[in-house]
Design a protein around this ligand. Structure first.
Ligand code: CU
Length: 384
């Protein structure tokens, strides 16, 4: 309501200003004025100085933005390769800022220097090979360097040694949820096909496949610190994208094919929560939440839960109405805790058999596993 009133007031103010300028024009009728529509030296001077004004605006706003919101981007990476990604990003930013700072000043300065004047004549300038070589070669060399470094980083990050001892996890995407399938003790995922989806077997695993016998499903990803995790992605319906921002990992999930990404986590969830920047960030979020809670309680509502940090797996492709809510918690455990977590997991084959033996259970879990969220549930975990 308040915003509507503000909009109405602004519109009325604009109309009033417009009418005032019309009245002002009418008062000038009869007085000597230049209405030739041709820019005078005075007009050109004003335009020339306005170019400097615009330049100042760009830089003041950039510096203000950096100071005010500079701490919002992702902080310390939680994976081994994360530093390389951040490095590449930082180099790109420094290059962009340097080139922008120099060229923008030159652009505005020359627009001012060569502003229109009655005594000036345009200079005919055919070309200058030396100058053209300079401004073609320098960007070409810089960009080639950047691209080569990028390719080198990408190849290193994407290299997965099949001989290496990794934890293999499948991320199965569907509108609008994730399911994780662990490859079990053999670290080989059993075959799967969308046509085999049946009851609790919500990922369509081939239950007869020998590699599938120890695979199990999870609704929360647990991974051990310091070990390479090999994710294999599939999608049931449309394009999704598995995005784990804190680990600097992202990969499309494409129906009909398996994509992959591997990384090594370097901080457990509790270690990451203890990092000074995170302690500060969480305190700030909770400060905002408690203020909001006071308002809510005053209006008869319920207070918000305090925020605790968790790593997240998000979908980073706009895949439908509840896309924003397609997320899963990722917990990085110490190797001991990870072992403990693994200890009570039941293989999907066994779970499927049990569900067939007790039809009531099958009905319940089957409908749940295939349930497609039509209505977005409330988001409790905030991505910060
Ligand atoms: Cu999605």
């Amino acid at each position: 309501m308040t915003s509507l009133l503000v909009i109405i007031v602004l519109v009325l103010l604009a109309v009033a200003l417009w009418q005032l300028t019309k009245i002002f024009d009418l008062t000038q009728v009869g007085s000597k004025s230049d209405d030739s529509q041709i820019a005078t030296d005075n007009d050109n001077n004003i335009q020339g100085y306005l170019m400097f004004g615009f330049l100042a605006f760009i830089y003041i706003f950039t510096i203000y933005g950096l100071l005010k919101w500079g701490d919002l981007p992702l902080h310390t990476p939680a994976s081994e390769h994360g530093g390389t990604v951040d490095n590449l990003m930082n180099i790109t930013w420094v290059l962009i800022f340097t080139v922008q700072a120099i060229t923008q000043v030159l652009l505005h300065y020359f627009a001012f220097k060569y502003r229109g004047s009655k005594d000036k004549k345009a200079l005919y300038f055919a070309d200058n090979n030396k100058l053209e070589a300079v401004w073609s070669v320098i960007p070409a060399v810089v960009l080639a360097g950047l691209i080569l470094y990028g390719l080198y980083a990408w190849t290193n990050i994407m290299f997965i040694d099949d001989e290496e001892d990794t934890v293999v996890i499948e991320l199965y995407a569907q509108q609008f949820k994730w399911t994780a399938r662990y490859a079990g003790a053999d670290q080989v995922l059993g075959k799967a096909n969308v046509r085999l989806i049946d009851g609790v077997n919500s990922v369509g695993m081939d239950l007869a496949d020998k590699n599938a016998q120890d695979d199990f499903l999870a609704t929360e990803i647990h991974i051990p610190k310091g070990k390479k995790i090999h994710f294999k992605m599939r999608s049931q319906d449309v394009l999704h994208s598995a995005y784990m921002p804190h680990f600097r990992a992202q990969m499309n999930c494409v129906p009909g094919m398996v994509t992959e990404f591997a990384f090594t986590p370097i901080y457990t969830t509790s270690e990451y929560r203890e990092l000074p920047f995170m302690v500060e960030k969480v305190a700030r979020i909770n400060d905002l939440r408690s203020k909001k809670s006071t308002e809510l309680v005053a209006k008869g509502g319920t207070a918000l839960d305090p925020y605790t940090f968790d790593y997240l797996l998000l979908c980073n492709k706009i895949c439908g109405a509840s896309h924003y809510n397609m997320q899963m918690k990722v917990v990085v455990d110490s190797p001991e805790d990870y072992k403990k977590w693994l200890s009570d997991k039941v293989a999907l084959v066994k779970e499927y058999k049990a569900s067939k033996e007790t039809p009531a259970a099958e009905g319940a879990s089957g409908s749940d596993s295939l349930n497609v969220a039509k209505e977005p549930a409330a988001v409790k975990v905030a991505m910060k």
